[in-house]
Design a protein around this ligand. Sequence first.
Ligand SMILES: [Zn+2]
Length: 280
Amino acid sequence: MCFLCDVKHSAWSGRRGFLLAAAGSAATLAATPLLAQVDVGRSSSLRNLVPAEELESAATQEYAKLLAEAKAQGALAPPGNAQLQRLRGIAKRLIPQAAQWNDQARQWRWEVNLIGSKQINAFCMPGGKIAFYTGILEQLKLTDDEVAMIMGHEMAHALREHARARIAKSQGTGTLLSLGAQLLGLGQLGDVAANVGTQLLTLRFSREDETDADLVGLELAARGGYNPQASISLWQKMAQAGGGPGGPGFLSTHPSGPDRIQQLQANVPKVQGLYQRARG
Ligand SMILES: [Zn+2]
């Protein structure tokens, strides 16, 4: 069951960096439901240096590879699995909120899968390829609201195109140009796609990206009708699980310090109205 822990552990564990920037200013609960309530800036323009379509296609390949590996190990949840159905039900309420943050997401072919592994982990690749590990559901005993907060956070990384910007920053200009050329079909696409796909699994996001994902994810989940208070209980559980058997994967790259919880607390009132409207 725990194949990814062993096989991919090193790759996964380095995936993300973290911390929190200063909280956005207090916003009123405005009567403008179509506008964002959390205070985040525009996505980084650096991301434009890496073509989105090609990155998404590399992600699709990497995701398919991962699912095939899981299936071969008997660790891919079948469609009838109750936990998988639960995840897909939650995604169904969050995905309609996605286009507000990235218009391209209307064309994404979203997928949600569950992988049997003790590791505490979850991700959403560019293009909307979501996976949860059983470890994160079971070890943290997550409620639906808490699952929605994690899913929203991971979807936010994809919607805000943090991977595009991160890959652009990680490449030298020359490499980037050749990467772009190759991604555009002028070189050996297969090799480059595989290379980029692998990078997607080892990306370490910046603290700004993480803050961004926290706040955008909070709003996505609230708009989907999930209780924003769950963002607090989720990170409290994460903090308690710090040294648990699921570490160091998600927990090492998503430390649950007081800053993070405080910032979420400051933002919960901003999305409370969206939550109530969704429930009403
Ligand atoms: Zn994150």
